[in-house]
Design a protein around this ligand. Structure first.
Ligand code: HEC
Ligand code: HEC
Ligand code: HEC
Ligand code: HEC
Ligand code: HEC
Length: 307
């Protein structure tokens, strides 16, 4: 009888286990770009968070593989000149040799969801990069689900794993009206600089087989701005409140920088002092002279320019 009980338990677990695995985001890999886009679909958020959606759509995060579009050009060079060229031990001679780990050299920040995709998706994205196919590349990006789910917990041995079908915000926990994401939890980092620091970088990424360095701004924030008395976080300077009703405001998801005139104007304080006098090198030879002192103060929360 006891053996039977155990057998029942084991077979029950055998049936249950794959279901748990399929639900967990980590284990289910997308086989096509469209599948990956569906897995991280943010289009449903638009119906209820319209203003946020509209500002995000205009942001560079919404086209993180195309970028300014210097990004797309550099990604192309990365594949042809680095992976297939100078990096002679990369194992890549043609697109079909590309694996997720190769593209993760850039995508771990430009498209973190690549970890949920197969090598075929990495190859298809590489093909789209080489063809300059922006429409295909823009199907996937740093969207609502990346920040409000994937990147919402940094210290997983303290705060636990990210739960699927859940949105993480800065404030509330409970039931979320979004049908596709019925859970809502408070993220310990949503209103902290470290949320952004996960991609905005500290320096060379030594976790890669071939360390590279793209964005280093979080290093400059942590090691220069904060020690010299800075007390704002990224969100306070980059995500202002936008009024959408008399008593209602949302955070600006355009997250502007130097390409936005108003944000660029906040970057540097210029103090100019002038003094005029006459200089007398020799008797009777009065030379009118002006002295100009220009002081520039960096008002951003980090080195500028920076990446
Ligand atoms: C998942 C990674 C990731 C996260 C998280 C992230 N960023 Fe970014 N961010 C990027 C990438 C990649 C780019 C550059 C895209 C490009 O130019 O190709 C970028 C670009 C930017 C820019 C330049 C915008 C412009 O218009 O030129 C700003 C400012 C910025 N991010 C601020 C933030 C702030 C503030 C946060 C946190 C609230 C944040 N980012 C979170 C990856 C991320
Ligand atoms: C550690 C995370 C990270 C990695 C890894 C990374 N990037 Fe970036 N990248 C960013 C962020 C964040 C920005 C935005 C910084 C800014 O606008 O100042 C950015 C900006 C860029 C830009 C500049 C866009 C512009 O015109 O301002 C290019 C080009 C770029 N990345 C290409 C690459 C390539 C190619 C790789 C792989 C070899 C790569 N990145 C790897 C995070 C990363
Ligand atoms: C680059 C990361 C990032 C992306 C992408 C992003 N968010 Fe946010 N969002 C944040 C951060 C950070 C906050 C909290 C800012 C704070 O409280 O200081 C926030 C706040 C919010 C809030 C609550 C505060 C408010 O504005 O009312 C909602 C709702 C929200 N986001 C929805 C969305 C939706 C919908 C999308 C996609 C269209 C999206 N977010 C994309 C980082 C992001
Ligand atoms: C049917 C409408 C609806 C849809 C669809 C929806 N939301 Fe929400 N969401 C809400 C409402 C209403 C709240 C406020 C809940 C509260 O305050 O208890 C909210 C709250 C949030 C918050 C928390 C804000 C905070 O203050 O902490 C985030 C983050 C968020 N939504 C993101 C998303 C994302 C991302 C999507 C798409 C995947 C989405 N929502 C889809 C209606 C919706
Ligand atoms: C005290 C306000 C302030 C804080 C704090 C701050 N920023 Fe900025 N940031 C700015 C201003 C102003 C600019 C525009 C600078 C310019 O014109 O280049 C800027 C520019 C940027 C850029 C464009 C890079 C460049 O070369 O100009 C990125 C990316 C960025 N910030 C991300 C972040 C992130 C991520 C954090 C948090 C780790 C952060 N910022 C904290 C004010 C701030």
């Amino acid at each position: 009888m006891r053996v039977l009980k155990w057998l029942l338990l084991v077979s029950f677990l055998a049936v249950l286990a794959p279901a748990i695995l399929v639900h967990g985001q980590e284990t289910k890999k997308a086989g096509t770009i469209d599948e990956l886009a569906r897995m991280y679909d943010s289009s449903s958020c638009k119906a209820c968070h319209l203003k946020i959606y509209e500002t995000w759509e205009k942001s560079i995060h919404s086209q993180s593989l195309v970028g300014t579009p210097r990004t797309l050009a550099t990604l192309k060079n990365f594949i042809t000149d680095a992976l297939m060229g100078e990096w002679k031990y990369s194992g890549v001679k043609k697109v079909e040799d590309i694996k997720v780990e190769h593209m993760a050299t850039c995508f771990s920040c430009h498209l973190p969801q690549i970890k949920n995709a197969t090598d075929k998706v990495a190859q298809d994205l590489a093909k789209a990069i080489l063809a300059g196919d922006k429409d295909t590349l823009n199907k996937v990006s740093i969207n609502c689900v990346v920040c409000h789910n994937n990147k919402a917990i940094t210290h997983k041995w303290v705060d636990g794993e990210i739960q699927p079908k859940t949105v993480y915000g800065a404030l509330v926990a409970g039931v979320h009206p979004g049908k596709k994401n019925p859970g809502i939890k408070k993220s310990p980092v949503m209103d902290q600089a470290i949320l952004c620091g996960q991609c905005h970088g500290l320096g060379p990424n030594f976790e890669f087989h071939q360390p590279t360095q793209c964005a280093t701004l979080y290093g400059s924030y942590l090691h220069a701005y904060i020690p010299s008395g800075g007390n704002k976080n990224c969100q306070e300077c980059h995500m202002a409140d936008i009024k959408i009703g008399r008593n209602l405001a949302v955070k600006d998801h355009l997250i502007p920088a130097y390409r936005d005139k108003a944000q660029a104007a906040k970057a540097v304080e210029l103090v100019v002092e002038t003094r005029s006098y006459q200089f007398l090198p020799k008797a009777g030879d009065w030379v009118p002279t002006a002295e100009l002192t220009v002081k520039m103060f960096n008002k951003a929360g980090h080195r500028i320019p920076d990446g």
